[in-house]
Write a protein that binds this ligand. Sequence first.
Ligand SMILES: C[S@@+](CC[C@H](N)C(=O)[O-])C[C@H]1O[C@@H](n2cnc3c(N)ncnc32)[C@H](O)[C@@H]1O
Length: 264
Amino acid sequence: MLGGAAEILMLWGFSVWTAVLVAVLLVCPAIMVWGAIQVLRRPTELPLEPVPETRGMSLNWAAPFYDRWCRGCGLGDAFRAETLRHAALQLGERVLDVGCGTGVLTRRAAEAVGPTGRAVGIDPAPKMIARARANAAREGARIAFRLGVIERLPFEDRSFDVVLASLMIHHLPPDVKREGLREVYRVLRPGGRLVVADFDWSRAHPVWRMLAWPLRILPMLRAHAAGRVTPYFVEAGFRPVDLVGRWRWSVSFWVARRPDESRG
Ligand SMILES: C[S@@+](CC[C@H](N)C(=O)[O-])C[C@H]1O[C@@H](n2cnc3c(N)ncnc32)[C@H](O)[C@@H]1O
């Protein structure tokens, strides 16, 4: 391409060296722009399953910067460790992370349950799941990440000891919250536990409470701004439902159990 451009310039009466110089100046930027377009157009490695529909707010667009964003908001490693402290995972347990995003918590959960346990993450965002798979592969973690939604969990009844729902319940409109929590109840074994970390501005400092007040107009966030998250767990059948801790100004932790009727 370079030679061709130089020849054309020489036909127009440029000297050899001027023609080469001008050709380089013209052709190099063109190659760089072409290369950049190819890189940007390179398809992301997407999972093969069909993308599930949901009325929850999928965060597909945020996948490339999601982990950095969380760390910047004070929801980094220490927050993940605190979530797992409340989960109190044991070796050999089967754990499901619903709305797992990039799988940052799922990977830690997989370490906690060890090789005799099982860790699974689901999310409706293909780019989140692609990242979660790539991150797990890089760390050599044995985790099944798949596309899925909380309101239609692709698992058998009573197939998990623990379900984690970290920062995802506020992505669901009220009726999807209800459907999703009924599904979580179904896939938990009796005596199993749901561990939730989510926004709960009703317990925040009065200034934050005031700032969060307008969020009540958004159906997904209404319960989180009004301090009415716990009733969703109770309505789905969980008992007891314990508010077990807080993280900074905005997040609460809940542990909700599926009752074990066989224990009377
Ligand atoms: C704020 S991110 C939380 C990700 C991760 N759990 C964490 O703690 O960082 C919320 C996630 O919920 C997912 N989500 C949205 N609707 C969902 C649904 N119906 N079922 C499961 N996950 C859903 C989003 O795609 C997003 O990845």
